[in-house]
Design a binder for this molecule. Structure first.
Ligand code: DC
Length: 221
């Protein structure tokens, strides 16, 4: 049996990570955070002062590994664990620009498909273009969303836990800006796949969303 592929797309702060990890743990599937991969490339570019205009020719020097255990996800760049470093406001502010570079996307999409091929029982992958571009034949595509204010409150609380800026109004503005950049770019913009199931999590608790998506996976596999 080939692995069951579950593609979860949606805007920043919609709860994709918590939902995807929860569903993967529940079903014994692997988990892939593709946003973390774009953040890792961005972290590496910022560290090495590589601009978006020159990154395409430098990607051979950027070796990324993503851990796929939903209980202990991690990402490394050239063997350095950057799981925390990729969540800083600096990386967050720059990631939309670097993730719009076509060669960056080509490299990471290939890695994402390889992860799916090696996933054993199944893979829950989260991102922006998984149902539309990376896994057009996924068993289940979910478009997870929530009201922007609800997403801002959730992100601000996460930022506070990490000791970063936690102002809800600022977070609201930066989320709205990132939504616009991610949805408006030419290559693989954030959009709802034709055959995706839309889940609006504004008024749902995390366990409710996990139950709902896990039930959808069982229906579709
Ligand atoms: O999910 P996240 O906020 O960690 O994602 C970080 C950025 O990476 C987001 O602004 C858009 C980009 N991204 C992307 O372009 N394609 C994906 N499949 C996943 C993330």
């Amino acid at each position: 049996m080939p692995p069951v592929i579950v593609a979860i797309d949606g805007p920043s702060g919609s709860g994709k990570s918590s939902v995807s990890k929860g569903v993967a743990s529940r079903l014994g599937f692997e988990y892939l955070d593709t946003g973390a991969m774009y953040r890792a490339v961005t972290w590496w570019a910022l560290e090495n002062h590589i601009g978006t205009d020159e990154i395409a020719g430098r990607l051979d020097d950027c070796a990324i590994i993503s851990g796929t255990d939903p209980a202990a996800p991690f990402v490394t760049v050239n063997a350095v664990d950057v799981s925390e470093a990729i969540r800083t406001p600096e990386v967050t502010a720059a990631v939309s620009r670097y993730s719009a570079v076509p060669q960056v996307r080509t490299m990471l999409v290939q890695m994402q498909r390889e992860a799916a091929g090696n996933a054993g029982k199944g893979l829950v992958a989260e991102g922006r273009d998984l149902g539309t571009v990376v896994f057009p034949d996924a068993n289940l595509k979910v478009y997870l969303t929530a009201d922007v204010q609800a997403r801002a409150e959730r992100r601000a609380a996460e930022n506070a836990e990490r000791g970063h800026d936690a102002d809800v109004t600022d977070t609201h503005q930066s989320l709205a800006a990132r939504d616009a950049a991610d949805s408006g770019r030419a290559v693989s913009p954030l959009q709802v796949a034709e055959d995706a199931v839309e889940v609006d999590a504004t008024f749902m608790t995390l366990p409710e969303v996990i139950d709902h998506v896990a039930a959808l996976v069982l229906e579709h596999s």
